[in-house]
Design a protein around this ligand. Sequence first.
Ligand SMILES: [Fe+2]
Ligand SMILES: [Zn+2]
Length: 371
Amino acid sequence: MKHSISSLVDEGDALTAVWRGGERTALPYLWLRDNCGCGECRVGQTTEKRFHVFQVAADLRPQRAAVERAGRDDEAIAVTWSDGHRTRFRSSEIHALIGRPQREMEYWDCRFQPRRFDYGRFLSSDRTAADLIEEFLRTGACVLIDAPTAPDTAEQLVSRMGPIREVVFERIHNVTVDPAGYSIAHTDLAIAPHNDFTSYLWPPSVQALHMLTNECDGGDSLIVDAFAVVDGLRRDRPERFEELCAVPVPFRLFSEKDESCAVGPMVELDVEGNVRMVRFNTQQMQPIPLSQPRLRDFYAAYHDLSARINADAAQARFRLEAGQLLLAAAHRVLHGRTALRSRGRRHLQDAYFEHDNVRNHLTVLRRTGRI
Ligand SMILES: [Fe+2]
Ligand SMILES: [Zn+2]
């Protein structure tokens, strides 16, 4: 038996499992009761939880608890509660819940080149799709090559990446030099690294940039791993990192027809303190109200972040040719381009997706045994 419990100690509000190696794990009573897997506590059809924690007393206690054999090579904690309900929980399942989920990310700098995958194989081969998604979750950027150059080809990605995330403006955005365009992307100017739609409270979390035509000199693509940059800043200047997490910054994108506005910090953390989103878009940033008490310190931090993002050392560069698509984990990877130097035709289309849906596809491929 791989994970075996040698004894259970009643602590008053938790049972502590003492594993054979001596390691101890506290199992709060309400946690044990809440996760009961019995037929009464679950929806039979779906295995979803049916039990609600309010249905038992807050001071629920076990009447009896013991370790029993469960099958050939597992055992279970068997609890009879003070209200008579019985819960059995396998030791192996409890052990699997001890560790913290790991984030498998590889940070990168200017030496990075996104891995290239064949467009047709990404769509037709589950193995290639899984390889791409694993790479995408690790590095946040991949390139698809040999894709069609017809407009709206990005619609085909839906089968692998989930539904298109629409925003106001177009469903699939056309980026060409356009004197009537509403953003810097419609000019021939260089575009510094940024993520799109910082003017949304939840900006799209995946972006596909599909080059249809690129007969222009200049306009090379550049990408930045903003998580790596922010991680460096956090180590070097923790007090500046703190400002970037704390100060809400307004962003706005508007056209004649539509307008989007959102306020959020440049660095957003999850509850464990991991960076989960960088919101960085100089061209769409609006003045921070002067009533913001941390304004001076924020600007020192923002200056530092801006310098790091715009440093050559952070920017991976490559040329996106016609028929190539850059996929970017858009809460992490910033994109930009060098200035367009000639009047040659250049047509890029942007489509947005959601990171959860891309991850979901990998989970489904694994669960259904397709890979
Ligand atoms: Fe953009
Ligand atoms: Zn139950």
